[in-house]
Design a protein around this ligand. Structure first.
Ligand code: BT5
Length: 267
């Protein structure tokens, strides 16, 4: 079992100016995104963070579940109030993915990648194994992203036998490295990097090139499925665009820009 979290312990390691402040720590919650969502509606400031050691109703996309044993993971949500054009919302997921793999590299020495659109993965054979995921929930006012809750679940120290049985190809940093990783150090590194990227984005620096370079899915035969598809789209994942859409070339040569979905490798 890794070190305990807790508000004081988190505050002590934070090196950010505003991101992750104030900190609200809960030993157990339903979902950190839901708790922070309520705080946001009550006027919480940008930067507010909710950290938990256990979630009974952890959420993935499309009402899927995010499952992690108590005290083993990073389960956090951050509040942003960007005021960006709505189409730019995916930048937050991009920046968070980049910050998470940078943190994993810096703290654990593990080269990680990103699987479009929101997975943290390590390469494994021809494919990958997932050790984390991001969940962005936005509130829009007209064409503006008024506020956004950015959730991160990162399997730091989940032992092999305790990975969610529902999860396909799940792993943890502990499983990959054979030793536990400090969740506090990971958290501090994640926030520092994310704050830097967010401020750079405010000055017009797009996270897209760096994010695109970390994607493990490009140039490969894929199948994309999801609520927006009558049947799965098969093709080659050629590239992504500035707004995070996956550009898939089908066998007839038509290029499809996919905003949301699930990607699996073909063949
Ligand atoms: C995600 O969704 O990957 C986003 C996960 C975000 C979780 C964080 S935790 C803090 C914050 N508060 C919340 O309530 N949520 C966020 P998606 O791409 O839809 O993937 C969900 C799928 O991942 C599930 O259907 C399982 O197959 C798999 N899964 C569940 N738990 C997992 C785990 N611990 N590790 C790897 N895969 C898992």
């Amino acid at each position: 079992m890794s070190e305990l979290l807790g508000r004081a312990a988190v505050e002590e390691v934070l090196s950010t100016h505003w991101l992750g402040r104030p900190v609200y720590y809960f030993p157990a919650v339903g979902s950190t995104n839901d708790v922070l969502g309520e705080m946001a509606r009550a006027g919480a400031p940008a930067g507010t963070m909710v950290v938990a050691d256990f979630q009974s109703q952890g959420k993935g996309r499309l009402n899927r579940r995010w499952e992690a044993p108590a005290g083993t993971s990073l389960l956090i949500s951050l509040l942003f109030r960007p005021g960006w054009p709505a189409g730019q919302a995916a930048w937050l997921t991009m920046m968070a993915g980049l910050a998470a793999v940078e943190a994993v590299q810096a703290v654990a020495g593990l080269a990680a990648g990103l699987k479009w659109p929101n997975d943290l993965v390590v390469p494994a054979g021809e494919g990958w194994r997932k050790f984390g995921g991001l969940l962005l929930e936005g509130e829009f006012a007209g064409d503006r992203l008024e506020s956004a809750i950015l959730g991160l679940g990162l399997n730091a120290n989940i032992p092999a036998g305790h990975l969610s049985p529902a999860a396909i190809r799940a792993t943890s940093l502990l499983v990959e490295l054979g030793r536990p990783v400090s969740r506090l150090k990971l958290l501090a590194a994640y926030l520092e990097c994310l704050e830097f990227l967010y401020e750079a984005a405010g000055e017009g620096h797009s996270p897209h090139p760096a994010w695109n370079a970390r994607l493990v899915t490009l140039g490969r035969p894929v199948q994309v499925s999801g609520p927006g598809f009558d049947r799965p789209l098969a093709g080659t994942a050629e590239a992504t665009d500035e707004w995070g859409r996956l550009l898939v070339r089908d066998p007839a040569g038509v290029l499809h820009a996919v905003a949301a979905g699930d990607v699996t490798l073909r063949g």
